[in-house]
Ligand binder design. Structure first.
Ligand code: TYM
Length: 331
């Protein structure tokens, strides 16, 4: 059975981008693959370094994984920092990761641009830690959104480099995965780029947002003054709303608004109302379970301890073999 690994950073509440880019695939993969889903708390330290950041957020992601339907019996759910084998593999992979290739990574360049005062070595080697997360279980499929594609390419580079250096076929090649064949990028509501936690208030719709909050955010989304001639191309901010409609609404609804745009009859207010309603319906089952699961601390402890034990067994096997391949035999 093929192995699947994916993680989400513990940097706050999960949004529709995390849900459609990653979690929806996690849910579908649980029955067909040997799945490891984790909370990337080490990665979150690159941008969110305080104890206050960590405490609430690790719990938040765990609660939302469970509320979304990830099943601790079928998948191994764990917190990254419960596996000491991950930083050990990260150290080994770092010995063969080059400054030049790390500096060229798009996400590194974006982070430097966004926050030039905090260009730490953890940010630079972020893709190496991510490769360690994946290679520690020898995974081949990694369900992620489009923004992670380059990181997967780098994970393959580091795994292959290890294989070549030690002249063996130890690590398989991991590939980014989505059931729809294409990796997705869910846009935000600000009319610009992707939906994200750091893209500004109001840009992201969270799984835990109430119907009222969802409505307010969507009604405030950026639009223009409407199409001026039939079948004209949609500007970015309008295309974004249609992209969101495509994931949360049914085909008929999408077609209705697309046609009304093309014949210049569209009323953005109606489109937004429909979009907010369909987002509310799509997130309702998750939202309804969040509070109850969050209140059950003993269950959360049990799930993370059980997952950590299973994940450590898999990671220990790999790290022992890797140590042997590298040559850490003392006598
Ligand atoms: P993070 O926390 O930024 O995002 C978690 C997952 O959500 C996806 N995602 C999106 N997908 C589509 N549209 C969006 N607007 C959107 N925003 C976020 C991300 O692609 C991701 O799948 N580096 C990872 C965490 C990680 C990881 C790993 C993932 C660490 N180690 C090993 C896979 C395997 C990240 O930044 O996640």
């Amino acid at each position: 059975m093929e192995t699947v690994v994916s993680g989400i950073r513990s940097t706050g509440k999960l949004h529709l981008g995390n849900y459609y880019g990653a979690i929806k695939n996690f849910l579908k993969m649980q029955d067909e693959y040997n799945c490891f889903f984790f909370i990337a708390d080490y990665h979150s330290l690159t941008t969110h370094p305080t104890p206050e950041n960590l405490h609430g957020s690790v719990k938040q992601v765990l609660v939302e994984y469970l509320a979304a339907g990830i099943d601790p019996e079928r998948s191994t759910i764990y917190v990254q920092s419960d596996l000491p084998q991950i930083p050990e593999l990260y150290l080994f992979l770092n010995m063969n990761a080059y400054m030049g290739e790390l500096e060229r990574s798009t996400s590194f360049k974006d982070k430097v641009r966004a926050n030039p005062d905090n260009v730490n070595a953890g940010l630079l080697t972020y893709p190496v830690l991510m490769a360690a997360d994946i290679l520690i279980h020898k995974a081949t499929k990694v369900p992620v959104g489009k923004d992670q594609e380059q990181h997967l390419e780098m994970a393959r580079t580091f795994g292959n480099r290890f294989n070549r250096l030690y002249n063996n076929e130890y690590f398989p090649e991991p590939y980014a995965f989505n059931f729809t064949e294409k990796l997705v990028k869910i846009p935000g509501l600000d009319g610009k780029g992707k939906m994200g936690k750091s893209e500004g208030e109001g840009n992201a719709v969270y799984l835990s947002d109430s119907p009222e909050v969802i409505r307010k955010k969507v009604m405030r989304a950026v639009t223009d003054s409407g199409p001026t001639e039939p079948n004209m191309a949609k500007p970015d901010e309008i295309q974004n709303l249609f992209d969101l409609l495509k994931v949360v609404s049914n085909d008929e609804t999408y077609k209705y608004f697309d046609e009304s745009y093309n014949n210049c009859q569209i009323r953005y207010g109606d489109l937004k109302k429909q979009l907010a309603e369909d987002m509310t319906i799509a997130t309702e089952p998750v939202r309804n379970r969040i509070e109850e699961i969050a209140a059950n601390t003993s269950y959360l402890k049990e799930v993370s301890a059980y997952g950590a034990e299973k994940a450590r067994a898999s990671a220990a096997k790999t790290i022992n073999e890797v140590r042997e391949i590298i040559g850490f035999k003392k006598f």
